[in-house]
Write a protein that binds this ligand. Structure first.
Ligand code: PGA
Length: 267
């Protein structure tokens, strides 16, 4: 149905999650501003995830061969049906969407996007040639009571239950500690890397040695001034950026921080 792009294992990826920001007309200007800055950036995958209502404007502005890929912020697992307010994979594909964020903590909290639903959506997403960005992360009270490892373990296991092993090169994980999202409180590079390392081990347990190649992004108050330290951690393969992705300059600085410094690093 579609051409499959070959991915280099663990090529860095930076995704901007615009959340419920920007109308369609504002989207055109922001996309143009980002494209102008990233035009010559190489050796990295770049994604922006505007609201559903901005996807058409973003798609049009980007044209067909852009360096920026489009992502959605969620989707329904069914192809179509009586699901008022929902959007399906094939609907997203029509707007050139290639990625979909699943299980973001805000959707888990406000829209009951459970691990089980995330699993069903992730399987459906790859079936529609969409790359799932599956989000996991502990709350502050879970971290403070020493439950981070157990929470992450259960989220990874349940959210990836039944995921087809032959499709793991399409899969992206985002570790986003809930206490760091939109709060300005960022995990220290070591705190983040420790959890990424744990996730990588879980992925190897689930999928075998190739599981180690699945990209794991860090998210939660990533800004230009903390991005270099976070992105230089061995198990961090990129970033899922909220607030700072709405500012083209800040987003570009984060992309620069995530980019391999030598062309041979990831190619
Ligand atoms: P933030 O959001 O960068 O604004 O903390 C990250 C996210 O929710 O994906």
């Amino acid at each position: 149905m579609t051409r499959k792009t070959k991915l280099n294992p663990r090529r860095p990826l930076v995704a901007g999650n615009w959340k419920m920001h920007r109308t369609a007309s504002d989207t055109r200007a922001l996309i143009q501003d980002i494209v102008k800055r990233v035009e010559r950036v190489a050796n990295i995958d770049l994604v922006v995830c505007p609201p559903f209502t901005s996807l058409a404007a973003a798609h049009e502005t980007l044209g067909r061969h852009s360096i920026l890929a489009l992502g959605a912020q969620t989707m329904h697992q069914a192809k179509e049906g009586a699901f008022t307010g929902e959007i399906s994979g094939p609907m997203l594909r029509e707007f050139g969407v290639r990625y979909v964020i699943l299980g973001h903590s805000e959707r888990r909290q406000y829209d009951n996007e459970t691990n089980e639903k995330v699993a069903a959506k992730a399987i459906a997403a790859v079936g529609y040639h969409l790359r799932p960005i599956v989000c996991v992360g502990e709350t502050l009270s879970q971290r403070e009571s020493g439950d981070t490892e157990a929470v992450i373990d259960s989220q990874i296991h349940t959210s990836l239950a039944g995921f087809p092993p032959e499709q793991i090169e399409e899969l992206v994980i985002a570790y986003e500690p809930v206490w760091a999202i939109g709060t300005g409180k960022v995990a220290t590079p070591k705190q983040a890397n420790d959890v990424h390392h744990q996730i990588r081990k879980l992925l190897v347990k689930l999928f075998g040695p190739k599981g180690a190649d699945i990209r794991i992004l860090y998210g939660g108050s990533v800004k230009p001034d903390n991005a270099v330290d976070l992105m230089s951690q061995p198990d961090i393969d990129g970033a899922l950026v909220g607030g700072a992705s709405l500012d083209a300059r800040a987003f570009f600085d984060i992309i620069e921080a995530a980019r391999p410094k030598r062309a041979t690093d990831h190619d």
